[in-house]
Design a protein around this ligand. Sequence first.
Ligand SMILES: C[S@@+](CC[C@H](N)C(=O)[O-])C[C@H]1O[C@@H](n2cnc3c(N)ncnc32)[C@H](O)[C@@H]1O
Length: 265
Amino acid sequence: MIKGFRKCSVPVGASGDWAISRFTLDRTHVPANAPHAEIMQYISGNPIRDVAPGTYTRLTRRDSETGLEVVVMSDTDAEMREHAAFVRRARRHGSQGRVLVFGLGLGVCVEALLLNGGVGHVDVVELSDDVRALTGPHLLARYGGKPGNGGRLAIHAGDANTWEPPDPAMRWSEVWIDIWDTISDSHMAQMTALRSRFTDRASGAVGCWAEDQGKRMDAAYLAVDQIRCELGDALYAMPIPERIERARKRTNAILSGRAAEGKRA
Ligand SMILES: C[S@@+](CC[C@H](N)C(=O)[O-])C[C@H]1O[C@@H](n2cnc3c(N)ncnc32)[C@H](O)[C@@H]1O
């Protein structure tokens, strides 16, 4: 369990294409077919987001095209870890803190903001009626009510791309955007666009879930492409640890080059 987080206690249930269920792992689970697994192995040599044995809660959505169930959120350490730095930063504002979160999910992040004192108030914007119906009542029973009258949580229906606060004067100490199912370099442009919508309304940061991993992945794809072009088939003759080391060094060079460019601009 990641410090400052609580295991999800939202009741199991289903609504439309969405469901909340518990699942138990009796051995460590390594997500073999994660879209980023290959590239992460190039960079780190280690599989990431392993899940320790235990009982967990997950939020799933049936994909309308494939008919397959996609896990959108769970209360595993791997998921909590990716919110931990934001939660720590936001909780420093204490009872004066007012936080805006896009993406309710299982409410894992929202609970970590509010439990044991935490921040004064959280506004959450959630696109899906089903997710609001599944998770909302449980969290509102714990933390809801009217602001100024004991209520510390408000759940708004809306799309992060277009949502406008009910009161145009609303401002937040921190904003957190977590509306994506997977970590991907393809979300970078949307993150930039969404951040710019809320920068003027936040006294602190406007952060996006897994943004650093996305940036790293973007650089790693480029690094692997460059190395493939330079070495051709010789790349595949190289022992795997050497390939990984080469890709890692090139990825770091690309990232530090981008950071230096950012500073000059
Ligand atoms: C990964 S989950 C969020 C998990 C959440 N942070 C938690 O701690 O449980 C993503 C959520 O974002 C919602 N979502 C997706 N696109 C959205 C959008 N454009 N605007 C608002 N919410 C969105 C999904 O319905 C889903 O509930």
